[in-house]
Unconditional design. Structure first.
Length: 173
């Protein structure tokens, strides 16, 4: 498995697409956005689920966490069954978020990749996307990396996704 962590609009999704193009074997891609999109409407923007503050703050509750644990277990089960998996995530809890993934992936080979991007560049991408709460990218740019340990870090501020993907691919066995 490859687990990418970075803030909103850091370039993770583009990096995943490029990884799928440059890695010699097929890799399945799963992102936290896929998980959030799969949530029932009763948990999106609701207490206990996932909530978005006007300043870009994202908070998650126990109902979200319970479903997230099931989602994580399912993804890891595919890896245990032999699928190559790349995950695009946002560790809102920093080290605690990584800890949940570490516990779930025990015994599975994982390449931990930090995806960094300067807050002002991520904020500009956020505006261009138009599908994020303003302020989310800048708020998450450093927050998601607090206490997280990586095997490799890439910075998409001025480096194209394809070049970052080649750097990551060089580390994959």
């Amino acid at each position: 498995m490859i687990i990418l962590n970075g803030g909103s609009s850091a370039g993770k999704t583009g990096l995943v697409r490029c990884l799928q193009a440059v890695l010699p074997d097929p890799w399945l891609a799963f992102g936290v956005d896929d998980f959030v999109d799969a949530l029932p409407p009763t948990l999106d923007g609701a207490p206990g689920g996932i909530e978005y503050g006007p300043d870009g703050e994202v908070t998650v509750g126990p109902r979200f966490r319970a479903l997230e644990a099931a989602w994580t277990t399912g993804i890891v089960a595919m890896a245990r069954a032999g699928a190559r998996i790349v995950v695009d995530d946002v560790f809102l809890g920093g080290a605690a978020s990584q800890g949940r993934w570490r516990a779930a992936t025990e015994g599975v080979e994982v390449l931990w990749v930090g995806v960094r991007c300067a807050p002002e560049v991520a904020a500009a991408r956020e505006i261009a996307r138009g599908d994020r709460t303003p302020g989310m990218a800048a708020k998450q740019a450093g927050l998601v990396h607090q206490g997280v340990h990586y095997d490799l870090e890439v910075d998409t501020t001025r480096t194209e996704s394809l070049d970052c993907a080649r750097t990551v691919a060089a580390r994959v066995r």
